[in-house]
Design a protein around this ligand. Structure first.
Ligand code: FEO
Length: 396
């Protein structure tokens, strides 16, 4: 038997902690798991589930949902987002509750048909439309491309709860309490920023639009569909989203390298020493072969500067560095300083490719951009140190 957890008046958490999936979207590692937060609002006239969970977790979800329903039928499912980690159980819910009505917007309709073959019993809402459950009036706001076209959020006027779906979400399954005041900040903030960098960052300009749109609501709680639930200080978390979506970096730097035999690693270490000489205390050195790139992206988003160093592999960039550059170009962090350096043995290639990335990134480049043959000499390492020092001075 599973129990639902009451999280506000007539409002229940019926989500699932997934500690078994290794990779979110088959791309991002999950050492602390991930939570699919789903909710039920029990009005006096009607009941509404807010999102579901990922497909394999039907039994646990339905047990919690039934516990929260306490013998009542489920009348509505609000579909804030059609991605299968939240919409995975829509077909099963319809089979269980034949009279169930779905709430979505115009962009939800084709996805609902495509994923679940459902075309009927869909109530299409637009910005500002409401659903009165009795004692709880749900208000809908679309947030297109945050991060899918049909994405929307749902606000409960009576409790002040914003069901924000992926927005304000974070990696990490719940360990004990669900709420922000039951955890230390660093525990949820790091995983929230990693989620932001991996999933949301590309749409940072849309986050800004959404924050303004939500500004008129009296939000008392933010209940996202992943990670921590916020009730103690929603302004704090909104300020974080504002900062990240405005590309405001902290003083600190990432040095990421791809190295086969340690020569490029030694160059990267010299860049770190230069950063340290420029009094940058928060320096994070990442081997792109041994670090999930979500951590590298997270800290690039966090700080004001980064350096990329790569050996040449088959005349081109080292593959994992190529992957990092591709992910950065997809997300386009702004207001940062970037330094690059490359190495080669029998064919050049890495530095030119990194310079090409730096050009396309539109970030401010820091020199020198060392290119080193085989194993770095003392003079070569001096150049890398100089790159780090200049990067550090630019950041400060
Ligand atoms: Fe958590 Fe975009 O799904």
């Amino acid at each position: 038997m599973y129990k639902a957890i009451q999280v506000n008046q007539d409002t229940w958490w019926v989500g699932v902690n997934d500690r078994e999936t290794d990779m979110f979207e088959s791309l991002w590692c999950l050492p602390q798991g991930v939570a699919y937060n789903a909710y039920l609002v029990n009005g006096t006239k009607a009941t509404a589930a807010i999102d579901t969970v990922k497909g394999p977790w039907f039994d646990e979800y339905i047990n919690k949902l039934e516990d929260a329903l306490n013998g009542r039928a489920l009348n509505y499912l609000v579909i804030n987002h059609m991605e299968p980690d939240h919409a995975g159980l829509i077909s099963q819910l319809k089979r269980k509750y034949a009279d169930l009505k779905f709430i979505g917007n115009a962009k939800t309709v084709p996805l609902l048909k495509g994923y679940h073959g459902i075309e009927s019993d869909v109530l299409v809402v637009k910005d500002g439309d409401v659903l009165d459950l009795g004692g709880h009036v749900l208000k809908f706001a679309t947030v297109p491309m945050l991060h899918w076209p049909e994405s929307m959020v749902t606000f409960d006027d009576s409790t002040g709860v914003l069901f924000s779906n992926d927005s304000f979400g974070g990696f990490g399954a719940h360990e004990g309490g669900l709420f922000d005041d039951e955890k230390v900040d660093a525990r949820w903030q790091d995983e929230m920023l990693r989620y932001y960098a991996a999933i949301v960052a590309k749409y940072s300009n849309i986050v800004q639009v959404a924050l303004k749109k939500l500004g008129g609501l009296e939000i008392k709680n933010i209940f996202p569909s992943h990670g921590t639930l916020f009730r103690s200080d929603v302004q704090k978390v909104m300020k974080l989203y504002d900062k990240w979506s405005k590309h405001e970096g902290e003083v600190g730097a990432v040095v990421a390298y791809g190295s086969m035999y340690g020569n490029t690693r030694r160059m990267a270490e010299a860049v770190c020493a230069g950063l340290s000489a420029a009094k940058i205390q928060d320096v994070r050195l990442y081997d792109v072969s041994r670090t999930d790139l979500s951590y590298v992206l997270r800290d690039i988003w966090r700080f004001k500067g980064f350096a990329l160093l790569s050996c040449t592999y088959n005349t081109q960039l080292f593959p994992n560095m190529e992957s990092l550059c591709s992910k950065l170009l997809n997300r386009m962090p702004k207001n940062k300083f970037v330094g690059v350096a490359g190495s080669y043995s029998w064919s050049k290639g890495a530095l030119t490719a990194l310079q090409d990335y730096a050009e396309k990134s539109k970030l401010t480049r820091v020199t020198p951009e060392p290119e080193i043959y085989t194993s770095p000499t003392h003079e070569d390492l001096e150049k890398c140190f100089e790159l780090g020092k200049n990067l550090g001075e630019a950041i400060r």
